[in-house]
Design a protein. Structure first.
Length: 404
């Protein structure tokens, strides 16, 4: 096995285990908050504390990843996650009913550390994997994400049912395993820096995304759809419940996007290469057609097929965007560009389910499906290169100077 394949295998395996542990804990935490307090609002705060700090930390994490040693950042981040998991397990085992506020604080800190780890890993990827294999590596990372969701969510619920502290114990073991793989990982190569080096500003990172038509369209499409799809999932759950769908089938419906995403990650490198600059348009029109299917048939079975298709096209979009970002961004700016993209695409997600609940109340499930279909058609039309598609694979990395 070549040196870079060994390094990527270690990086992938450690990150996969850590991601699985974190997904299990994130699934169990709202259940834990609800069990300790009996308050649904506490469960909502538990979910928010695990996601909002993680989202907001991406920009400072990107700046640090550009300035520092990515491997060292990953070691420190995973070490902190190990400490937080031990503290959570210890509090539950020793106190029995620890203050929920303490668990929420741990969730916020854990989400922040996880963001620093994730951005450092994505920034280091072009330094581990040769350019010719970058698409395949990004695809495997996307597959890892969907596998962690498919496996981690039921695992978190199972561990919580066994004992309240068990999800934290499992997360601690996962973090320790990830740390071990990082120890055996070789130091990352330091590519030659271009232009101003690490002194680039956040505005420069924003301009780097904006100046590339593919990234600009893709980030805009992902930001908009990340606000729409939580409402779609909520609509499908309400539809399934109102039509008397068995709980097991509802669980399969929720997991369908993860299964579709795993399939999408497997085929993404080939299809992203064939479609080139048309990837955002294909995904936009595909999503619109899938939700139109739900609008027309208005059955949970159609929702299951559509939700799987949403996950499949989402993987294609994520792989194409991440590979393009690695290809065209200067290495000394990649962390900040990654952070800006993550914040831009994820900032709308928390509002989707909230708005979806009100929309279902006023429009009904079919009305929401129709409204989302119209919105997706408009988005697809907006990202379609009607005249001449721009090339998606420039030969050299580009650094966009800050505008004064």
């Amino acid at each position: 096995m070549s040196a870079w394949r060994r390094d990527f295998a270690l990086l992938w395996a450690g990150s996969a285990v850590a991601q699985l542990g974190r997904t299990g804990t994130a699934t169990a935490l709202p259940l834990l908050a609800l069990g300790l307090t009996g308050s649904p609002s506490a469960a909502g705060w538990a979910a928010a504390c695990g996601t909002l700090p993680h989202l907001l930390a991406h920009v400072p994490a990107g700046r640090l990843a550009d300035r520092g040693d990515q491997r060292r950042i990953m070691l420190w981040s995973q070490s902190l996650r190990l400490v937080f998991a031990f503290l959570g397990a210890g509090a539950l085992l020793l106190l029995g009913h620890p203050p929920v506020s303490g668990l929420l604080l741990l969730a916020a800190l854990d989400g922040t550390a996880a963001a620093f780890y994730a951005v450092a890993e994505q920034t280091a990827l072009p330094r581990v994997v040769p350019t010719r294999s970058l698409d395949a590596a990004v695809s495997r990372n996307e597959l890892r994400l969907h596998l962690s969701l498919v496996l981690g969510r039921p695992l978190g619920g199972l561990l919580y049912g066994t004992g309240r502290a068990f999800p934290y114990v499992a997360d601690a073991l996962a973090s320790a395993t990830a740390l071990l793989t990082l120890v055996f990982l070789r130091p990352f190569a330091s590519p030659a820096r271009r232009g101003a080096g690490p002194s680039g500003t956040l505005r420069e990172a924003v301009m780097c995304v904006w100046s590339d038509p593919f990234q600009r369209r893709s980030v805009a499409l992902c930001a908009a759809t990340n606000a729409l799809f939580p409402a779609v999932l909520l609509m499908l759950l309400v539809l399934a419940e109102r039509q008397g769908t068995p709980p097991l089938q509802i669980g399969v419906l929720v997991a369908a996007s993860g299964a579709g995403g795993a399939v999408g990650a497997a085929v993404a490198p080939r299809w992203a290469d064939r479609l080139g600059a048309a990837v955002p348009a294909v995904c936009g029109w595909g999503w619109a057609a899938l939700i139109l299917l739900v609008t027309a048939l208005h059955r949970p079975e159609a929702g299951m097929i559509a939700w799987a298709g949403v996950g499949l096209l989402g993987s294609l979009m994520n792989v194409a965007l991440a590979a393009q970002r690695c290809r065209v961004t200067s290495p000394d700016l990649l962390g900040r560009v990654t952070g800006v993209s993550a914040l831009a695409t994820g900032a709308t997600t928390p509002f989707g389910a909230l708005a979806g609940g009100y929309a279902i109340t006023f429009l009904g499930t079919r009305g929401v499906a129709a409204a989302v279909t119209i919105a997706l058609v408009c988005l697809a039309a907006a990202v379609t290169p009607w005249r001449r598609p721009a090339a998606r694979r420039p030969r050299a990395a580009v650094r966009v100077p800050a505008q004064v």
